[in-house]
Structure formats: C-alpha cells, structure tokens
Write a protein that binds this ligand. Structure first.
Ligand code: FE2
Length: 379
C-alpha cells in the first residue's frame, strides 16, 4: 500500500513554527486574462461560480476591468486590460492567462507586511487603506516565485461585496454551484534547482513549515520526473506544494509548464468538495475536461486502498482516483489545462481523513499527462 504518511507527520520545525504571520484563509485568487468577460462566463457556466462584484469603466476604472466570482469560500478575480500597454498586458503577453495574485486573508495587513519584508520579502505593495461607504480594507503585498504575488487582505472593518472600487455585480444569469467549498492547496512550479530556494522562502519569510517531500523516485514514470515539497502555514489552512522538474528520458511536465508560462507560476488550484461524484458529474456535463485514466487503474485500486464508502462503479465511470494514508483516504481528479497554453489546471479533491496528496496516484496521473504532452508534441 503506497502512502506518504510517515513523511506527513508534522516535523519538529513545524511544531515550533512561530506564527508571526497568522493567516485566516485564502482571500482570493486573481488571474490576469485576455478577456475577463468571457472568462467570467466560463467560470459561471462551467464551474458554478456566482457573480459577486465588478470594477471597470462604470466604476471609474479606466485601464482595467475585474469580475469577482465566488463559490462557498473560493473567490476568483478575473482581470483584463482595457487599453494598450501597461502591466496587465505585459503579464498576459509574457505568461498567457494565469494567476497573478494569491491573496491571503489576515487580521493585520500592515503587520503581515512588516514581518515578511523584515525577513527578506520583496515589497509589491506597501500597506494602504481603501475606503467606501461599506467600511475600509487594508492591503499590502509581497513578491513570491516568478511574477506571482501575495496580497495580504485585512477586511475586518468592511461589509461591502468585495472591496472599495468594486460594485455589486448581480446579473440574471446565475447557473447553480457544483459543490466546491474551499481551496485545499495551490501548487507552484519553479525552475530547475529552485524548489529548495522557494521552500526556504516560505519557511523563513512566511513562517511556513515543510509537511512532506517527494523526490524524483516518488514522482516519475518510465519517461518523466519531478520533485515536490509541500509547505504549510501554522494552522494548516494554507498549503503550497512547490514543484521543480527532474531529469527523465523525456521532458518533465514541469519543464513544459515553465517553457509555456515563461517562468515560475501557479500550476494547479486544488478545490475541495464533500461530494466528488456529484461535483465531477456536474462539471463534466457543463463541459469541463478531465485527464483520462485507463480503466485498468480500477482493477487493482481497492487492493491498494482497501475499503471505501463509495461504490467503485461511479468512480470508475468518472475517472476519479483514490489514495489512502494512515489517517484515511482521499478522492481526486485533475482537469486538463483550462487555458490555451498547457499551464494551469484544477484538481478536485474530497478528503476522507487523509491529509496527504495522492502519492499512490502519481504514476497513473503522470502517465495521463504524458499522453497529453505527446499529443501536444512537447514530451
Ligand atoms: Fe494537488
């Protein structure tokens, strides 16, 4: 039975992690995209995100437009440029559509900025307060891998839809949610030999600790390989696995990502559900495409993971993967890239006790990715 729980035991470093940066959760994830209006429609119609707030010409914003969508605790912001030139256009030209901001919900944005920059973080945005009739929000920000940034959001004195500068967005078109609850983890891909550097960044600058580590022996197929370490904050609400490519006979999926994204960036957002069968069924009906796992996976999976609550048949039908560790099991499934470049994708995950990341599925999963790379001519 393949599990990764021995390495999952919170290490000494983590127990001793000084929480100088208490994080309440992920506040929002902002993507810079070529056409936010159409991207918003995709996340509404295919993924069941609900319209929340809008900022653009009608709110006095001259150079960019943003749509805020939400499903339970998951908040997405989709931003496009309205004019030529500028930072958003440059980012899109460089990376294609992708995650610019992983915003973290904190109690004190000024302190979060002070503590992290004092420990070596590069400033992205100095603490400042935004006000409107609904109260005030304090924002600050630091750089992380690639051109990705963390914005600290303090919203305890705010009652509006999202933040000052946005107005409520309430269109008639509101397809139902699909049962997504919160962000379980967000994975960063970094370049060759950069994994340790960024894990050290999260340890030193943000007080995170390493939960688990996988080397190229854990994560390899006949052809390709990668390495990964999972960093977590003190209360475990924020988990950031960091991947780097490893040498294999063919091109690592991480290398493919780095080439198309032109550098380090967010590889996947894992979103949690408490009914993965229902969630995936709905996503498929609405056109979300998932990686294909051969049916032979299900011939032996129960020998590996033991008894589970669900019937195997619907899991097999939907291609949902299963893994177990000492604390329980998990069900997971990965989409194909949701953008034109083979960069970002989503993971749907349902945890039934397990706190690990599906190591037992890595091989089947990476072989599925290789089949896609083969078709793209990038293997
Ligand atoms: Fe994941």
């Amino acid at each position: 039975m393949a599990t990764d729980t021995t390495s999952l035991k919170l290490n000494k470093e983590m127990q001793e992690a000084e929480d100088f940066l208490p994080i309440l959760g992920t506040d929002y994830v902002e993507l810079y995209v070529g056409n936010a209006k159409q991207a918003a429609h995709y996340y509404q119609s295919a993924w069941g995100f609900q319209p929340v707030a809008y900022s653009g010409l009608e709110t006095g914003k001259k150079d960019r437009v943003s749509y805020v969508l939400q499903q339970d605790k998951i908040r997405l912001v989709l931003t496009s440029p309205l004019t030529k030139g500028g930072e958003v256009n440059r980012h899109i030209e460089e990376h294609g559509d992708g995650v610019k901001v992983i915003a973290l919900w904190v109690d004190d944005a000024a302190k979060s900025y002070k503590e992290t920059t004092a420990r070596g973080a590069e400033s992205y945005m100095e603490p400042h307060t935004l006000k409107d009739e609904h109260g005030e929000i304090v924002l600050s920000g630091i750089h992380t891998y690639g051109e990705t940034v963390h914005i600290f959001v303090e919203r305890k004195n705010y009652k509006g839809a999202f933040m000052p500068g946005f107005r409520k967005w309430d269109p008639e078109y509101k397809p139902s949610e699909v049962g997504l609850k919160f962000i379980d983890h967000m994975v960063g891909n970094v370049g060759w030999n950069e994994m340790n550097k960024w894990c050290e960044f999260y340890a030193k600058v943000m007080g995170f600790a390493q939960m688990v580590s996988f080397d190229d022996k854990d994560i390899s197929t006949e052809y390709t390989a990668l390495m990964s370490k999972v960093m977590s904050n003190g209360n475990g609400r924020i988990k950031f696995p960091i991947n780097e490519p490893a040498t294999g006979r063919k091109k690592s999926q991480i290398e493919e990502y780095i080439e198309f994204y032109n550098g380090a960036g967010v590889q996947h957002i894992a979103v949690a559900t408490d009914n993965i069968i229902e969630t995936v069924k709905q996503l498929k009906e609405r056109g979300v495409e998932f990686l294909y796992v051969p049916e032979t996976y299900y011939d032996t999976v129960l020998d590996r993971v033991g008894e589970i609550d669900e019937d195997l048949e619907p899991l097999k039908e939907l291609g949902i993967l299963i893994d177990r560790d000492d604390e329980g099991y998990l069900l997971q499934l990965f989409t194909k890239p949701v953008l034109d470049r083979p960069t970002m994708f989503f993971e749907i995950i349902q945890r039934k006790g397990a706190r690990s990341f599906g190591k037992g599925n890595f091989k089947a999963l990476f072989e599925a990715i290789e089949r896609e790379q083969e078709m793209r001519g990038t293997l």
